[in-house]
Design a binder for this molecule. Structure first.
Ligand SMILES: [Zn+2]
Ligand SMILES: [Zn+2]
Length: 372
């Protein structure tokens, strides 16, 4: 089938997205085709263009936060049917591997190949200019249809609006799980969240759901600080020095119980001040992707060890997508999880480059493509 798609031909060159016609194959063994209703914009897509995520293959069709309606299934697929509504997870989980059977779907062996440039069977489902096109996270939701492994799809109730459902494929669980699982925020704790965009805003929500007594949202963008209050932030700060002052006042200088870093790109210079404002025995959660290859850090290891702090990395907020995606949608249906308010702008696929610029400029919590 011929469809439009948004592609990067030269990753890492800031050349922007090219929207052109591509050929999409039908599902093969274990695969389904989904008509995409909405696709969120995530910094990880932009990282391909900027080179923060270096890819040694191209072209690539972007987009990894989508939801839609199943239009075709291969005969081998038994878990979803044509007409089902699904949210697509940027990390598929096989349900059988060592990590999956422990409920750690975010660490699945299938998900580990998500940036490999080919589908799990080693071939392509998208083609352009006579070349195979890699699907970002096996998905490539910057297009009206995708052919994907069924393991990437989580069936959702039909009453959930699909634009909201799209958000649970990456940004929402990543931020929410950073507070709930990676940070394991407890009732009455003091929590700091660095970067309150489409990921961090959900860390704020998670901390609120766990009844943190104070949630300090740190962001240089005024409007994001204002939005953060609607999501549960009790205090806001524009930088780490302001945040430190607030935390010292709240905790008599002891430090925050949980500090979560959810900025668009991890700033290595933030690690020390963020660690310093974490209470002894507390947890510093690193959710943001740092530039790949960054290895040397200025970090006071002695003090960190002697103060019993935990530095917790997390992928996908340590969530278990087949379990947590329905759980999050249940919270949404009960009015305990804000998803509507996360979408601050919608775009056409043809306006993708403007949408990316708006994301870089901090204009949105989440921009979502709803017209293809
Ligand atoms: Zn993402
Ligand atoms: Zn697995």
């Amino acid at each position: 089938m011929k469809i439009p798609g948004a592609l990067i031909f030269e990753p890492g060159t800031n050349s922007g997205w090219t929207i052109e016609e591509v050929e999409l194959d039908d599902p093969k063994r274990g695969e389904i085709q989904v008509e995409i209703a909405a696709s969120g914009l995530c910094h990880s897509d932009d990282h391909v263009d900027t080179g923060d995520i270096p890819l040694n293959w191209a072209p690539i069709i972007g987009g990894h936060e989508g939801a839609g309606v199943v239009t075709k299934v291969d005969d081998s697929v038994t878990t979803v049917q044509v007409g089902d509504h699904v949210a697509l997870s940027f990390l598929p989980s096989c349900g059988k591997c060592y990590m999956c059977i422990q409920g750690k779907a975010n660490m699945c062996v299938l998900g580990a190949g998500t940036l490999g440039g080919v589908q799990p069977d080693g071939t392509h489902r998208v083609h352009a200019r006579g070349m195979g096109v890699g699907q970002f996270s096996y998905l490539g939701t910057f297009a009206p249809y995708v052919t994907v492994p069924v393991e990437a799809a989580v069936k959702i109730p039909k009453e959930i609006p699909l634009d909201k459902a799209a958000l649970i494929g990456c940004g929402v669980p990543t931020g929410w799980g950073s507070a709930i699982y990676a940070g394991n925020v407890q009732m009455g704790q003091v929590v700091v969240v660095f970067g309150v965009g489409g990921v961090g805003m959900n860390a704020v929500q998670g901390a609120r759901q766990r009844h943190a007594r104070a949630i300090v949202a740190v962001d240089p963008v005024q409007r994001k600080r204002d939005w953060a209050k609607d999501f549960g932030a009790t205090h806001t700060a524009s930088n780490e020095d302001e945040a430190r002052k607030i935390v010292d006042e709240l905790t008599n200088g002891q430090g925050a119980d949980v500090v979560i870093i959810t900025m668009g790109v991890a700033d290595p210079k933030l690690l020390q001040p963020a660690g310093d404002m974490t209470v002894r025995g507390g947890t510093l959660v690193l959710t943001s992707a740092a530039k790949v290859g960054l290895q040397n850090l200025d970090f006071d290891l002695f003090t960190f060890a002697m103060s019993g702090k935990r530095l917790q990395g997390t992928l996908y907020g340590s969530t278990n997508a087949p379990f947590d995606m329905p759980l999050i949608l249940g919270l949404y249906q009960r009015g305990e999880m804000k998803l509507d308010e996360l979408i601050t702008q919608t775009y056409k696929l043809t306006d993708l480059n403007q949408a990316v610029q708006d994301m870089r400029d901090g204009l949105n919590i989440r921009g979502v493509i709803t017209e293809f």
